[in-house]
Design a protein around this ligand. Structure first.
Ligand SMILES: Cc1cc2nc3c(=O)[nH]c(=O)nc-3n(C[C@H](O)[C@H](O)[C@H](O)COP(=O)(O)O)c2cc1C
Length: 222
């Protein structure tokens, strides 16, 4: 047996949909996906899912090449799903060039994923600064440099920069980097996926032409 065979066997031996899984009756689903998202998020929190507000955010670069990373969901309002990071990071540059993204929530213990697609808008300067200043001190210390996604010459630079940032924030707690970005994704497509131990998974997709138009939903083959 080669080393590769060992990895394949290990992977194929891992359980999936081990449960106990959540249940989902699409016939009882609300007319709008926002309500169902809030229900599922609440159930993930209640079930003790680790970081249930962490989501994969996928963007594309100027060549159409996709890129994905985990971000924290900062808010969910009638406008959409909010997240934050710097406007000069890879994701910030990609969103400036193509303001569309996909979000993915995976709540594995319940056998659930929610897939969201839509357009993204950058909030205005006051909302962006307010988002930064509302962060816990450690988050502000870590983010004040505004150099997210730039090459780092030496690990020690993180510590010296953090010490400098802490001193600046202690002197002026209202400081925020100019390139702090707060983004809102307005969805045109939201799909709820519920695993079934017998692999008869349930998929319910909502779509609408644009924000403000009515949602239509349909079941999909798993
Ligand atoms: C659990 C978790 C939460 C994260 N939350 C954020 C976040 O809210 N904002 C952020 O900019 N990066 C966050 N990150 C780091 C990103 O995944 C990523 O490394 C960073 O945003 C740079 O990505 P980019 O180079 O594609 O712009 C988080 C990472 C993890 C694992």
């Amino acid at each position: 047996m080669t080393k590769d065979d060992g990895i394949r066997d290990m992977l194929r031996g891992l359980p999936v949909f081990a449960g106990p899984l959540a249940e989902f009756d699409p016939k009882a689903a609300p007319a709008e996906p926002e309500e169902l998202f809030v229900d599922w998020l609440g159930e993930a929190i209640e079930a003790g899912v680790h970081e249930p507000h962490a989501m994969t955010v996928a963007t594309v670069d100027a060549d159409g090449a996709p890129s994905a990373r985990i971000l924290i969901l900062k808010d969910f309002t009638s406008e959409g799903w909010w997240f934050a990071g710097t406007t000069t990071s890879a994701k910030g540059r990609e969103l400036a060039g193509n303001p569309r993204a996909a979000l993915l929530f995976f709540w594995g213990a319940q056998g659930r994923q929610v897939r969201i697609r839509g357009s993204v808008e950058l909030a205005g300067p006051r909302a962006r600064a307010a988002d930064f200043t509302a962060r816990p001190l450690e988050g502000r210390v870590a983010g004040l440099h505004g150099r997210q996604s730039q090459p780092l010459a030496d690990l020690a630079d993180i510590h010296t920069t953090a010490e400098g940032s802490r001193a600046r924030l202690e002197a002026d707690p209202g400081l925020a980097p100019d390139n702090w970005g707060l983004y809102c994704l307005s969805a045109t497509e939201v799909e709820f996926w519920q695993a079934d131990p017998d692999r008869r998974h349930t998929r319910l997709r909502y779509r609408r032409a644009h924000a403000g138009s009515p949602w239509r939903s349909e079941l999909l083959w798993p």
